[in-house]
Design a protein. Structure first.
Length: 534
């Protein structure tokens, strides 16, 4: 029987069936036989030779398998040792090449995503591997190039029509990264230059209203331009001067006009405005030093609502004021801020603010009536988010998902993804490490008010400003604006003056609700609805 197996192994080896011969020689009894040992030596060399052929053809896995079999049969023969060394070098080189190719593809993708399509295509053309990923990147590059070409064409047509505002709108519809492409960068430079010229001309001729509209668009397109920022500051100063004049402070307005003259020497209207402000200041001084000044006071701010008109007029008076006439009713500005209100900021969005330490989140039709009612399946679970000192915990009696992991309780971290279902998701953020106020971004979840996509879980303050470390990001303003609560009233810290109903407001007072508040470039309303069902 043993001799028969040896003959079968010899026959298999002679016919080149090396794997079959190897299986026959795995018998310990056969290996101890003299003929079996000679056969093992021949098979070991044959396997090493075949492994060398696999290596030459870059079939590394097959070469490695044959080298291991050869080593097991013949030991560390020089031929086998050299083969294993060559295979090891080839595997390392293949891994290195794969890593380099992955880096090259990632580099190409980065350039393509940033609109530098030609550079990305050049990198891909140097890659000789016919990978599916490279093919998809090339298709994406073609799509982005087409989109950029269409954008450039449409914007140039708008420029030819002298419609710079429409040209800016067209470019703003593109992805911010794509604007780094050479074609769009040149287009943006052209639009910026033309817009600056048109805005400057509007300011020189006194059409500040026209220049302001175009400037607001241009600020979004070229926020880093020093000239755009200079024009923006000039328009802001014009607006501040108008508010000062409306507030009866023409002398301070005159100082602003004097500064603006150095920036816009061709604006003839500034000379007239400066002279008129000086005359108004002198006239007010004369009034205040006369008999009228004996009853003048600037304490206490109220709203007069006339019986014949619905438009309120802000007046200042001291102490209690009695109106015997039935034509007017005196009402103080309301400053009470409830536990839930909506913060509306023009050009930025609407934000639902909760001041409670615990809020519940669930379907609006749920029997538990959650604090944050979502338009979702009524059978979804209701979860609560609780603030304990500076930490936030999510609790739920039923399973919810955080970062795709099912759970009922977790300490939330910045960036955690919360899901009540596949179509009802929120993202938790702690934007500022120094503040424990958190935000929730609705992602796949909706509330009854379609303009609200962000929720603010307010602790001590709300920070508004440019950058990702603010609770509310406002790229249109360079300074930080801080809202904070004291005694159920909301206050504001800001460098710019606070204006309410076009009048300068005492920054030490609580902000009124349901009233337009202007702070620098920001216009906001603390919207409070007693019948809110959200």
């Amino acid at each position: 029987m043993l001799i028969l197996r040896i003959k079968q192994a010899e026959s298999a080896l002679a016919d080149g069936r090396l794997d079959e011969a190897y299986e026959l020689l795995e018998s310990e009894e056969l290996r101890r036989h003299q003929r079996g040992q000679k056969l093992m030596g021949k098979l070991s060399r044959a396997l090493a030779e075949r492994g060398q052929n696999h290596l030459a053809a870059c079939r590394l896995q097959q070469a490695l398998t044959d080298s291991n079999k050869a080593q097991k049969l013949g030991g560390n023969l020089p031929q086998i040792a050299q083969l294993k060394k060559d295979i090891s070098i080839a595997i390392e080189e293949k891994q290195h090449n794969h890593h380099q190719r992955s880096l090259k593809l990632a580099y190409a993708k980065k350039h393509i995503d940033n609109g530098q399509v030609s550079l990305g295509e050049q990198i891909l053309s140097d890659d000789n591997s016919d990978s599916k990923r490279a093919e998809l990147l090339l298709e994406k590059a073609v799509a982005i190039r087409t989109e950029i070409n269409v954008t450039v064409s449409n914007a140039q047509k708008a420029i030819q029509r002298h419609d710079l505002e429409e040209a800016i709108n067209i470019v703003l519809k593109t992805d911010a990264n794509q604007r780094q492409s050479p074609d769009l960068s040149d287009l943006i430079a052209t639009i910026t230059s033309l817009s600056i010229g048109q805005i400057t001309e509007s300011l020189n001729t006194g059409r500040i209203d026209q220049g302001r509209v175009l400037l607001e668009k241009l600020t979004l397109l070229a926020p880093q331009s020093s000239k755009v920022n200079e024009l923006s500051n000039a328009v802001t100063q014009c607006r501040d001067a108008a508010h000062l004049i409306a507030d009866g402070r023409p002398r301070e307005a005159a100082q602003i006009f004097q500064k603006l003259k150095t920036i816009f020497p061709l604006a003839k209207w500034l000379n007239a405005a400066l002279d008129q402000a000086k005359v108004a200041a002198e006239s007010l001084d004369a009034l205040r030093t006369g008999p009228v000044g004996l009853v003048y006071s600037d304490a206490g701010e109220h709203i007069i609502e006339s019986a014949n008109t619905s438009k309120p007029t802000v007046l200042k008076s001291e102490g209690k004021v009695n109106f015997k006439s039935s034509e007017a009713v005196l009402k103080p500005l309301s400053t009470f801020v409830p536990r839930k209100f909506v913060l509306q900021i023009d050009g930025v969005g609407s934000f639902l603010v909760f001041r409670d330490k615990i809020i519940t989140i669930g379907p609006i039709s749920s029997s538990e009536r959650p604090s944050l009612g979502l338009l979702a399946d009524p059978h979804l679970p209701v979860a609560s988010i609780e603030r304990t000192e500076d930490d936030y915990f999510i609790h739920s009696e039923n399973t919810v998902y955080v970062n795709d992991n099912p759970l009922t309780k977790k300490l939330l971290a910045d960036g955690d993804r919360i899901a009540l279902s596949n179509r009802c998701r929120l993202k938790f953020h702690l934007p500022n490490a120094a503040s424990s106020t958190a935000t929730l971004m609705l992602s796949g979840a909706r509330v009854p008010r379609p303009d609200i996509s962000h929720i603010i879980l307010m602790n001590r303050e709300i920070l508004i400003g440019p950058g990702s470390n603010y609770h509310i990001r406002n790229n249109g303003g360079a300074d930080t604006l801080t809202l904070f609560v004291q005694n159920d009233q909301l206050y504001c810290r800001a460098k710019d003056p606070i204006l309410i109903n076009s009048r300068v407001f005492n920054s030490g007072k609580a902000l009124p609700v349901n009233t337009t508040i202007n702070i620098g470039r920001i216009s906001l309303v603390l919207a409070v609805d007693k019948n809110d069902t959200m």
